[in-house]
Design a protein around this ligand. Sequence first.
Ligand SMILES: [Mg+2]
Length: 291
Amino acid sequence: MALTQWSIVSLLLILSIKVKPISTFQSIIQMTPEKETLLAAEGISGKRRGVDLYCESWKFTVETNDAGSWTRIPERCCDFVKEYVTGERYVSESEAVADNEVAYAKSLGFSGDGKNAWVFDIDETLLSNVPYYAVHGFGTGDSKSEIWFLGDNDRENQKRETRSEIFDEVSFDNWVDLAEAPALSASLRLYRELQELGFTIFLLTGRSEFQRNATESNLLYAGYTNWKRLILRGDSDQGKLASVYKSEKRKEIEDEGYIIRGNSGDQWSDLMGFAVAKRSFKLPNPLYFIA
Ligand SMILES: [Mg+2]
C-alpha cells in the first residue's frame, strides 16, 4: 500500500514537471540578460558587437520605413554607417536588390511595344554621392534643406568623436556640377539588362532643372545612355514633398499610355504615393531621409 502511494506521488511529480514548461513558454527569439552580460564581459569587442547589433536594428527600421521621418543618425551609429556605405555590404545588398529586379523583369515576358516603363531615381540609386560624403562627413538629412552630417573620427587622438555640420547646399551643388559621381554598379547592370529586355527608361529625380546639363553629363560619364526622359523639378514643383512631386510625374507617364512595371529608388518617397509602379524596389540608404 505504501508503495502504491509513493508511485502516485511520483507520477504527480513527473506530470507537474512536464506541464511546467508549457505554462511558462517563452519565445526563443530574445536577448537574454545572460547574453547582454556576455557582451559586456568581452570588453571593447563586446561593446562593439553591442553597438553593431543596435545599429543593424536601427538600419532595419530605416530601410523598412518603420523609422518614419528621421533626421539624425544615432550618434553611436555614425561609424557603422560610414563603414557600411564604403564597404562590401552596401555593394552586396544593392546587388541583391538588383538580382530581384532582373528576375522580376525577365518574368514579365511582355511584347516589345515600348509601353513598358521602368522609373529610376538618380541620387543613391543610379549615381552614388558617397565620394562627396566621404569628404564632407557622412550624415543624415531631413525632408527640407537642413541636413546634418555626422562623422570623422579624431584619428590623431584615437577618439571616437562625432562632429556635425549643417548641410551645405552650395557645396553639394558644386559637387553635382562636377558631374563625377560614379554609378552604383548594381544599378548600372540592372539598367542595361532592362534596356535589353525592351523597357522604356524614365529618370525621375529631386534635382532641379538648373542641374539638367550637369546631371546628363554625369549620367553619361557613369555609363548610362538612351533614357527616354530625364524629369527634374521645375519651378512649379519646388516646395512639394518628394512623394507628391514624384507621384504626379509618374501619373503623367501613365497618362501617356505607359505601364510602369518597375520603380527603383533609395527613398520610400521615390516609390510611394499614387500612380505607383507594379513593383517597387527599395535600395539601401542609411545616410539620409527625404519625405
Ligand atoms: Mg535618391
